[in-house]
Design a protein around this ligand. Structure first.
Ligand code: ADP
Ligand code: ASP
Ligand code: MG
Length: 592
């Protein structure tokens, strides 16, 4: 018999009428011949209210007790949902995370799922029950209650769908699908018929709160098709599956991360190991670092800028302070009123002229770009927070995201689960279901790097630069713009090696036009990459790369990170050696 997992978020169970409406949806699915597992969140803003209550009693409540407290929210909902189904004349059983056997590690408030037992759920389903699982919670080895991180009920739903071999995992929420950007921020956003796991993973981690990013990671790893749809209507929503809506679309979605903070560490020695010294200290605080940009050093000194979520700023600056003490040099400063606007698309990895469209849109909206980083499927620009919404609107419109694409792939055949042998292989080989999975360590030595130094820190420079490069039909891979000092920033990018001379010519004439400093280039760079699932949520991956390269005395020149890949650029002479040391460093988690 087909099996469906249906997850209802907080607003979808906010009062008794909504609980009854959700119950009816589950009953109808059962009557249509499915076994049904419901995953339910805490009612409305109950979790926020509990967090607030804890804060009134203790400024630093113990994480174990937070979990004990927050898990009660979901326990209320599942009991009421079971009563609702019973009142409508059907059989239902509610279960807590512990009763289901969702075993997690012991990192309270952000626990990872290690394993899930399915016997009890399967038995109850076979007996004709609708099984109602409490979202967001599990238990550790000591039977202590853990929670999976805010928004974690999505993860419970996808994880149950994976282990039960569900045909689909329906996420019922207060929007009717996945939009090109948050429809609450931009009303012109368009609902997409489907999004690929990789796009959704990037968008989710960039602030598209409609799905928890770890739930998408999980879905990708285990091949679970997700259907995001409205609790308040029966319309088909959006499918999150392996393929994108339009295969070659350069940009499929945009996102705004409002609560970012920038940290710039200046005047540290430019030698192998300094990045490691800084970022390992931050990782010890379990803080995920984003948008890392290292300035090519002058006078043997380097600057590194990066962003973290604003909430993580205090622990980050503490860690940076102690790294500076250890290095015996340097100082840092922070920017607390910044935001990050990003575009994501599967097609951009193969097309010229994507980045310049984004930068042009920002320039025309008079938005100054403070920092730029890119990955294969994402371009992010750091801007002042008070310009963030204008920036998002400009970028959304530049890529015409509000318009329906001309060709879309049909969703019908991809909405159902595809048995994925790779995924099954993963299940058997990982100790914990959310363990880091690395599928490739690779070397690309086909590129060259160009750096334009001292570009004026004002709107329009990046736009003009990449417009001219695109006009010359040169493909640009990595782009990094450092945080500027004294009104000047450095802009580095990589191009295919055989295009270096032409690209350098374009860059030199631009540098003259804008009154920039020197244009330098390196014909031989090596891009080393580690790809897999869980790279950013397992904060140690970039650190492990830095450490391995530092131990081999290889200096990291550029770095970019995405959900599925971390790339570093090093001197081309060290490419092969770098590859070997990374293969050794990741041997324990490398699956192939
Ligand atoms: P739930 O309580 O059901 O889990 P959430 O509040 O976590 O619901 O997620 C739904 C919200 O996600 C929507 O109300 C919407 O404002 C927000 N959102 C952010 N980005 C997107 C996006 N790209 N598409 C759809 N919704 C989005
Ligand atoms: N109730 C939890 C929260 O508000 C989990 C969830 O809703 O997904 O974060
Ligand atoms: Mg949610």
């Amino acid at each position: 018999m087909p099996l469906i997992v249906q997850k209802f978020g907080g607003t979808s169970v906010a009062d008794s009428q909504k609980i009854l409406a959700a119950a009816r949806k589950a009953i109808r699915a059962q009557q249509q011949g499915n076994q049904v597992v419901m995953v339910v969140s805490a009612m409305g803003k109950n979790t926020d209210m509990l967090v607030d209550l804890a804060g009134q009693i203790n400024d630093h409540p113990p994480a174990r007790e937070i979990d004990m407290l927050l898990s009660t929210g979901e326990q209320v909902s599942v009991a009421l949902m079971a009563m609702a189904i019973d009142s409508l004349g059907h059989k239902a059983v509610s279960l807590t995370g512990g009763q289901i056997g969702i075993k997690t590690d012991s990192s309270h408030t952000k626990a990872r799922i290690n394993s899930i037992s399915t016997e009890r759920i399967q038995r109850l389903l076979d007996e004709g029950n609708i099984v109602i699982a409490a979202g967001f919670q599990g238990i550790d080895e000591d039977l202590d209650i853990t929670t999976l991180g805010r928004g974690g009920s999505d993860l419970t739903a996808v994880a149950l769908a994976a282990v039960l071999g569900a045909d689909t995992c329906e996420i019922y929420t207060d929007v009717d699908g996945v939009y090109t950007t948050d429809p609450r921020a931009l009303p012109e956003a368009r609902r997409v018929s489907k999004a690929s796991y990789d796009e959704m993973l990037e968008l989710a981690s960039l602030g598209a709160g409609v799905l928890h990013s770890r739930s998408v990671e999980f879905a990708k790893k285990y091949g679970v098709p997700i259907h995001v749809r409205s609790s308040f209507s029966d319309t088909t929503g959006s499918f999150v599956v392996a393929d994108p809506e339009v295969p070659d679309q350069p940009v499929g979605g945009a996102a705004l991360t409002r609560n970012e903070a920038r940290v710039t560490v200046k005047g540290i020695p430019d030698r192998p190991g300094t990045s490691y010294a800084v970022f390992s200290k931050i990782a010890e605080q379990n803080v995920a670092v984003d948008m890392i940009v290292q300035n090519i050093g002058e006078d043997g000194k380097a600057d590194i800028s990066f962003t973290v979520l604003s909430d993580d700023l205090p622990s980050t600056t503490g860690a940076v302070g102690s790294a500076i003490d250890e290095l015996g040099a340097g100082q840092f400063e922070v920017g607390e009123t910044v935001a990050k606007v990003s575009v994501v698309g599967m097609g951009m990895a193969r097309q010229t002229g994507v980045a310049n469209r984004m930068f042009r849109a920002l320039a025309d909206a008079d938005v100054n770009i403070l920092m730029i980083t890119t990955s294969e499927i994402k371009i992010s620009a750091l801007v002042e927070r008070d310009q963030a919404l204008d920036a998002l609107r400009a970028v959304h419109s530049a890529f015409e995201l509000e318009k329906a694409p001309e060709s879309t792939q049909s969703t019908g055949d991809t909405a159902m689960r595809v048995e994925n042998s790779d995924a099954l292989d993963v299940v058997t080989r990982l100790a914990g279901m959310e363990d880091l999975m690395i599928d490739e360590v690779a070397l690309d030595d086909s590129q060259a790097r160009i750096t334009i130094s001292q570009i004026p820190d004002e709107p329009g420079v990046a736009a003009k630069t990449f417009e001219n490069i695109a006009e010359a039909d040169i493909f640009v891979d990595m782009i990094i713009q450092s945080f500027g000092h004294g009104g000047r920033a450095n802009l580095s990018f990589t191009v295919p090696r055989d295009e270096l001379d032409r690209a350098a010519e374009v860059a030199t004439s631009l540098a003259e036009q804008f009154g920039c400093g020197e244009v330098t280039s390196s014909p031989q760079v090596a891009k080393l990459s580690v790809s897999g699932v869980g790279l950013r949520s397992h904060v140690g991956v970039a650190i492990r790369m830095f450490k391995a390269l530092a131990d081999a005395a290889i200096n990291v020149e550029m770095i970019n990170t995405s959900e599925v890949r971390v790339n570093v650029v090093v001197d081309g002479a060290h490419g092969q050696r770098g590859l070997e040391c990374l293969q050794t460093a990741f041997a324990d988690v490398l699956l192939c």
